[in-house]
Design a protein around this ligand. Structure first.
Ligand SMILES: [Zn+2]
Length: 293
């Protein structure tokens, strides 16, 4: 259990896309190599962000989350879990972002299956969850959690699912903070700005989770149950599973730090822990020396 059974979902923050694009790749059977290859072809990052775009997107007929009213529903259903996760992230960042001098605006999470049109272009589920700065929306196919298990060998329990959403929300905070505008994402490598962006998003996810048990619904009821050490281990396991070195070992049989875009398993876990222990103010990954990154 992650959520307080009695918490109420606001009904906001998450929409389900009504469109399935012709680009769709059949779910389940796609291999890791194909995922990475597709990511490169489309110019996007696995659990990353997509640049460019026109700032408009067509979702077709989108709907709110049906069958999602309470924390009990969120404990039973992956899409409803995204709904209450959004409520908790909104409660945390609406206060935390201004405290860091960032003018806050809410993102929207779009749940989709197979494929989706975004303000950054069309994408399939194969690219993994991502954030589009142009339309300030997070795109997520909850089938990715199965991919985390089957292709990345992660436990992918409920808290690691929250971590994934918290990471993408972290990219939204970076967008609001103007960090994207100043970062040079043309380079790859262990100390590149691309990696600094990604581990900062991990750090923001950790910072939120440390405070998430204090976030509440409109009635003042807490949204989450206290987080256990086993659940934190589950989130760290996911962060480790999507480290560049781990993925390169699996797909290429060797590790090449010069091409890293997201950071190693160790870096991703460590920055998550930094946020969890010290809060979002400790997440300035652009200020630390290369050796400390
Ligand atoms: Zn990312």
């Amino acid at each position: 259990m992650t959520f307080n059974d009695d918490a109420n979902y606001s009904g906001k923050g998450v929409r389900k896309s009504g469109r399935r694009t012709g680009l769709a790749v059949g779910g389940g059977g796609i291999g890791l190599v194909a995922i990475v290859l597709l990511s490169q072809l489309l110019g996007v990052d696995l659990t990353g962000l997509v640049g460019g775009g026109t700032g408009t997107s067509s979702q077709g007929e989108s709907t709110g989350l049906t069958n999602c009213e309470t924390g009990a529903d969120a404990n039973a259903d992956a899409e409803c879990r995204v709904g209450l996760t959004s409520d908790s992230l909104e409660d945390y960042w609406a206060e935390q972002a201004p405290a860091m001098g960032i003018s806050y605006a809410s993102p929207l999470i779009i749940l989709f299956s197979d494929g989706v049109d975004t303000g950054c272009g069309s994408a399939t589920s194969a690219v993994g969850p991502f954030y589009c700065p142009a339309d300030q929306q997070i795109y997520l196919d909850v089938a990715f959690y199965d991919t985390l298990r089957s292709q990345f060998g992660a436990t992918a329990g409920p808290l690691s699912q929250l971590y994934v959403v918290g990471h993408e929300w972290g990219h939204h905070i970076q967008n609001l903070a103007g960090t994207f505008a100043t970062a040079d994402t043309s380079q790859t490598g262990r100390t590149s700005d691309a990696v600094r962006l990604e581990v900062q998003a991990d750090c923001f996810a950790g910072a939120w989770l440390a405070s998430a048990t204090e976030t509440t619904d409109a009635d003042g009821d807490r949204l989450l149950e206290p987080i256990t050490d086993a659940q934190i281990a589950d989130a760290l396991n996911a962060a480790s599973a999507i480290g560049d070195d781990r993925i390169q070992e699996k797909t290429q049989g060797q590790v090449n730090p010069e091409t890293w875009t997201h950071g190693s398993s160790e870096m991703r876990q460590r920055w998550f822990q930094t946020g969890y222990t010290n809060g979002a103010e400790a997440c300035d990954t652009f200020a630390v020396a290369d050796a400390e990154l």
